[in-house]
Design a protein around this ligand. Structure first.
Ligand code: CAO
Length: 485
């Protein structure tokens, strides 16, 4: 691709030199910024491929041909490389012989089988076992670096350097290599710290703004520190691949977990600055007359968009902990809400008709709406409100999500078969491309593809492979290959 891009740039430069002298002189008289802009546009234009004649979804995958040296473990890095694998990249997961990714053996539910923690984060990858700290192991790594397009890692700060894989070394072995890292913090006071999910949630501003005003800070169940950072990193990698098409060289990509969490909490930094202009009127505490402090407060279940919203009980709440619905009193549909709950008088009453008048009465208003929602199941509320464009959100349990037919139909929830653990549910690719269809393939067994990678990807000879194995660099003999489903 880069070759094609170079050719295209060359061709354009060539045709320019052939232009008549008159035109060139005229061009030279134009204001400088225009010329600069035109030059930049020419330089940035990627080579255009001929349009495919194959049907949608039948011409390979978005990242076909991209090889990833996947040096990731636990959750943040594996989320990123799993996404890239779903888009067609060949992801080669390098694991320590014997144990592999530590999550293989964490939170085990089927003795002897890889945990769901591991299997649900490592679909569509191949696994090679390699002791990167041995001489032969490093020789294999060198070949991997020279063969792959991207190296992704989320070791503790400095671990890659200690292994001998400094950026300078990687870049000298393969100047096209993109080296992507997840770290807990960016450069600064905390850069040496090891970081896990909840540490990032706390340091990124999520915990201080989550929970109720009268309670302690709370972490959220969504793994915004790990999976959230993996998502950010994947975008960085794809962008670097795109830039490489033009520049021909790789670059470093860094995502700090603190930064990624903060990026997802940007509305809270928005509110921090709005505090200077006075109290945050859309927060429940404003209507309750509770003064604001110096920092963005915990907002309970208030909506971040400025429309009053709360979680209300629905029919069956006494037995079912998830018989609740999120209800937003969005201004444009206020009159429909009044009719629906049997309070048509509120449409014109000065205490209820306009949003500012409602603010000090939200407790009473939502109490009245809840009297109505408690007479219906959350799905009945959803149906009745949606018919009127009133935004509501049923609180779905993981059980309900696992059984939801529409999520199965779109491949967002998939059933996967695994040779040692049997069938299990997983979350498929949440990003749908119409011309790059994702299939979810089971995660690899530890070292399952060691031989295949040494032979077919890295092209080591039989004698070299025997030497590598004899040195112990790949650990014990890999398990018998198991037929892919
Ligand atoms: N062969 C030989 N050694 C290997 C190896 C291999 N194939 N793979 C890893 N190792 C070594 C590393 O080189 C490192 O050795 P040194 O400490 O001697 O440099 C060692 O294994 C441990 O790596 P680590 O420090 O990354 O692992 P840890 O369990 O101590 O820390 C974690 C885990 C996640 C806290 C840390 O990796 C980290 O902070 N990562 C960045 C942030 C991150 O991704 N956090 C999210 C984790 S998910 O919640």
């Amino acid at each position: 691709m880069a070759k094609k891009a170079k050719k295209a740039v060359k061709a354009k430069t060539k045709s320019k030199t052939k232009k008549p002298v008159k035109k060139a002189a005229k061009a030279a008289r134009r204001p400088a910024p225009k010329i600069v802009a035109r030059k930049a546009a020419t330089r940035a234009a990627p080579a255009r491929a001929k349009m495919s004649t194959k049907g949608w979804g039948k011409d390979g995958k978005a990242l076909d041909g991209v090889k990833i040296l996947d040096f990731t473990h636990v959750q943040s890095g594996p989320t990123c490389t799993q996404l890239l694998a779903w888009f067609g990249a060949d992801v080669i997961k390098v694991e320590r012989p014997g144990t592999g990714d530590i999550t293989r053996g964490q939170l085990v539910d089927v003795p002897g089988a890889d945990s769901l923690y591991f299997t649900m984060l490592n679909h569509n990858k191949r696994s090679i076992t390699l002791d990167s700290k041995s001489k032969q192991g490093m020789a294999v790594l060198e070949r991997l670096v020279k063969t792959c397009d991207v190296l992704v890692e989320n070791f503790a700060p400095g671990a890659l350097d200690r292994m001998g894989l400094t950026w300078e070394r990687i870049h000298s072995w393969n100047p096209r290599m993109i080296a992507a890292s997840v770290k807990g913090f960016g450069p600064g006071a905390y850069e040496e710290c090891k970081v896990y999910e909840n540490v990032a949630q706390c340091a990124g501003g999520s915990a201080s703004t989550t929970g109720f005003l009268d309670g302690p800070p709370l972490v959220t169940g969504a793994q915004i520190g790990d999976s959230g950072t993996g998502l950010h990193l994947a975008l960085g990698i794809v962008s670097a691949l795109y830039q490489r098409n033009r520049t021909g060289r790789g670059q470093k990509v860094l995502c700090a977990m603190q930064d990624s969490v903060l990026n997802l909490c940007r509305v809270k930094l928005r509110d921090q600055q709005r505090l200077k202009a006075g109290p945050l009127r859309e927060y429940t505490q404003f209507g309750q007359g509770i003064p604001f402090g110096e920092a963005t407060p915990r907002a309970g279940n208030d909506s971040g968009g400025g429309q009053p919203g709360v979680i209300l009980k629905c029919k069956g709440w006494e037995q079912d902990p998830n018989a609740y619905i999120y209800f937003i009193t969005q201004a444009p549909v206020w009159e429909k809400i009044c009719d629906l709950i049997g309070e048509p008088g509120w449409k014109t009453h000065p205490d209820y008709a306009k949003p500012p008048a409602r603010l000090p009465r939200l407790k009473e208003i939502f109490g009245r709406i809840e009297q109505w929602t408690m007479t219906k199941t959350k799905f009945e509320v959803m149906n009745e409100c949606n018919a009127l464009d009133i935004p509501v959100g049923p609180i779905l349990s993981m059980k309900e999500i696992a059984e939801e037919p529409s999520l199965r139909a779109t491949g967002t929830v998939v059933e996967v078969d695994h040779p040692t653990r049997g069938k299990y549910l997983s979350v498929g690719n949440p990003i749908k491309l119409s011309d790059s269809i994702s299939e979810v393939k089971r995660s690899p067994l530890l070292g399952e593809h060691t031989d295949e990678i040494l032979t077919k990807v890295l092209k080591f000879s039989a004698r070299e492979i025997a030497e590598i194995k004899a040195s112990g660099a790949t650990g014990q003999a890999p398990p018998k290959a198991v037929a892919a489903e």
